[in-house]
Design a binder for this molecule. Structure first.
Ligand code: CP
Length: 307
C-alpha cells in the first residue's frame, strides 16, 4: 500500500491496512538491530526533534535511537531548562524549533489533543508520543506487533487490558488497534477505574480478574497511575487492589500455559504485577521494548516519506 499520512497522531484514525503496513515496515527494520553496524541511511540529512513535556524513559530513548539508526540528526527538548519555564507556548516553541529546519517533531504532552494542535500549526511531520490520557499510538503499535510476533496472529485472540483503564492512553490506543485487527478485547479492573460507556469502543467490561485469566490469550497489565489520580485512591487500599487484581504467579497458573503477559512500563512491582511474573517466562515486557525500536523506525520512516 501507499503510505499517505504525514503525521502519526492516534490509532483511532488508522485503518487495519495502515497498521499492517507499519508492521511490515517494522519487520524490515528489525534486522538492522541485529547487524554489527546498526544503521541504515534512510533518513540521512533529516532532523528529528523529541519534544517531551512529560517524563519518559522508554519512549524518549526509543525514538532517539530509532532516529539515529535511520541516520537522522536528533535533538532532544524537555520542559526543564528551556523557555517553557518562562511561559512560551507549545506552538511558539514548535515554530521556533521548526525554523531551525526540523523534519519530524515527536511530542509527548500532558494535554490530551496537543499533537493535533501542533500538527495544525507546523509544516513538518508530528508523531504523538503520548498525549494526556488520550492516546499513545506507538505504544499501541509495539504492543500489537509483539502479540503478532509471539502468537502469529491478532485476529480472534482474546486480550485483557487490566487495571487503570480510566487514566490510560495505552489502553485507548490498544483498544483501537486490537479491535481494528479483529481481536476480542476485555477491560478488567475495579469499576472506579473503568470509564462509563467504554463498551461503545467494542470491548467487554469485566471486574473478575480470575475469569479474565482463565479466558484470555494475552494479559496487558497497566500501571496504576497514582500521579493522575486526584486525592484518594479510587479503590479502598492498595492492599485490596493487589488482592483483587494484582497478577501473581499463583493467579497466573489458572490460565493457559502460553498466556502472554505484557506491561507497557514503568512497572509498579508488587502492585499490578509481582516481580516473579514480571521477570518470568510468560512475560514479554523487554521484548515489547525491543520491538518498540523497530516500530518507531518504521513510523519515522513512513511519515518522513510524505510531503
Ligand atoms: N511505556 C511508556 O510510555 O514508558 P515511558 O513513559 O518511560 O516512555
Amino acid at each position: 500500500m501507499q503510505w499517505t499520512r504525514k503525521h502519526l497522531l492516534g490509532l483511532e484514525e488508522l485503518s487495519a491496512a495502515e497498521i499492517q503496513h507499519v508492521f511490515e515496515t517494522a519487520d524490515r527494520f528489525k534486522e538492522v538491530s541485529t547487524r554489527s553496524i546498526k544503521k541504515v541511511p534512510a533518513l540521512q540529512g533529516r532532523t528529528v526533534v523529541n519534544m517531551f513535556y512529560e517524563s519518559s524513559t522508554r519512549t524518549n530513548l526509543s525514538f532517539q535511537l530509532a532516529a539515529r539508526r535511520l541516520s537522522a540528526d536528533t535533538l532532544a527538548f524537555s520542559k526543564q531548562g528551556t523557555s517553557v519555564s518562562k511561559g512560551e507556548t507549545l506552538v511558539d516553541t514548535a515554530r521556533n524549533i521548526e525554523a531551525m529546519g526540523v523534519d519530524i517533531m515527536v511530542l509527548r504532552h500532558q494535554a490530551s489533543g496537543a499533537p493535533w494542535l501542533l500538527a495544525a500549526n507546523v509544516k513538518c511531520s508530528v508523531v504523538n508520543a503520548g498525549d494526556g490520557q488520550h492516546e499513545h499510538p506507538t505504544q499501541g503499535l509495539l504492543d500489537l506487533y509483539t502479540i503478532r510476533e509471539v502468537k502469529g496472529r491478532i485476529e480472534g485472540l482474546k486480550v485483557a487490558i487490566v487495571g487503570d483503564i480510566a487514566h490510560s492512553r495505552v489502553a485507548r490506543s490498544n483498544i483501537w488497534g486490537l479491535t481494528k485487527l479483529g481481536a476480542k478485547v476485555m477491560v478488567v479492573g475495579p469499576s472506579t477505574l473503568i470509564p462509563t460507556g467504554i463498551e461503545r469502543m467494542g470491548v467487554e467490561v469485566c471486574t473478575d480478574m480470575d475469569r479474565a485469566i482463565r479466558e484470555c490469550d494475552v494479559l496487558n497489565m497497566l500501571r496504576i497511575q497514582f500521579e493522575r489520580q486526584s486525592g484518594e485512591h479510587p479503590f479502598p487500599s492498595i492492599r485490596e487492589y493487589i488482592h483483587l487484581f494484582g497478577l501473581t504467579a499463583a493467579r497466573l497458573r489458572q490460565g493457559r500455559p502460553d498466556l502472554m503477559v505484557m506491561h507497557p512500563g514503568p512497572v509498579n512491582r508488587g502492585i499490578e504485577i509481582s516481580p516473579d511474573v514480571a521477570d518470568g517466562p510468560q512475560s514479554v515486557i523487554l521484548r515489547q521494548v525491543a520491538n518498540g525500536l523497530s516500530v518507531r523506525m518504521a513510523v519515522l520512516y513512513l511519515v518522513a516519506g510524505v510531503e
